[in-house]
Write a protein that binds this ligand. Structure first.
Ligand SMILES: [Zn+2]
Length: 246
């Protein structure tokens, strides 16, 4: 084969059927960031890839880059299967929100070691995640992961003082155009943000992913954090996550 082969760790973010027996994979790789690749014959019973290329799998791949847009998977070994995450509906729902956030916020073929590590850490924690009595989109781990991705993308909402006038007290809303929380005087047209929401977002931003459930998020705080995240997606990226509207 002409072209170049290389080895990289990768996470399968999404996969589509392609032709009779193949799949197209959307991958986030350690070496090159986001790439698309085809896994040939992966849907055959005796595929040499076994069940190693399922969504959320953390794998080590041999990839071949030819002339086309899609690379070709020529070898796959499991680092972690994340079967525990995939086979539980709550965890799977949470994982697919994280995978879609990754796809939308890091669409470039460009390595980002911190984003890759955050993704891998998120998936490791997902394997042991217990459901909270809220919708998946309001889970502290899922909210924390998305806030961290926003931060790594440079879209971190600023919530400790008014993003418009700098006031440190009387914060009352969130304005994506201002880039963060705003005080009562500047809150015209902003999303309402209570003390629960402000403390919840700050708590999530200050803690590592593994401690997201210790951030003291109330139901109201979780709803408002999600509101801030979706408003940031819409304002900065012009998108909504399909997995969050389910
Ligand atoms: Zn203000």
């Amino acid at each position: 084969m002409a072209g170049r082969s290389y080895k990289t760790e990768a996470v399968v973010l999404r996969s589509f059927r392609f032709g009779e027996a193949d799949r197209v994979l959307h991958l986030y790789t350690r070496e090159r960031g986001r790439i698309g690749a085809v896994a040939k014959g992966v849907r055959k019973t005796k595929s040499r890839f076994g069940g190693r290329l399922e969504p959320l799998s953390h794998v080590e791949l041999m990839l071949h880059q030819g002339g086309g847009e899609l690379q070709t998977v020529t070898g796959a070994e499991l680092v972690r299967s994340h079967r525990e995450a995939r086979e539980d509906s709550y965890r799977l729902g949470a994982g697919l929100v994280g995978a879609e956030a990754m796809l939308r916020l890091f669409p470039e073929q460009e390595a980002n070691e911190r984003a890759f590590r955050a993704l891998v850490r998120f998936l490791d924690l997902l394997d042991e995640l217990s459901p909270v009595k809220r919708a998946t989109g309001l889970d502290p781990l899922v909210l924390s992961f998305q806030l961290k991705l926003l931060w790594l993308s440079g879209y971190l909402p600023h919530v400790t003082s008014c993003a418009d006038c700098g006031a440190e007290t009387g914060l009352a809303g969130y304005s994506p155009t201002a880039g963060g929380a705003v005080c009562g005087a500047c809150a015209n047209g902003a999303l309402p943000l209570s003390r629960d929401g402000l403390l919840g977002i700050e708590g999530l931003l200050q803690r590592p992913l593994a401690e997201a459930s210790d951030a003291g998020l109330t139901d109201r705080g979780a709803r408002e954090a999600l509101g801030v995240i979706t408003a940031s997606y819409e304002y900065h990226g012009g998108f909504r996550l399909r997995t969050l509207s389910a």
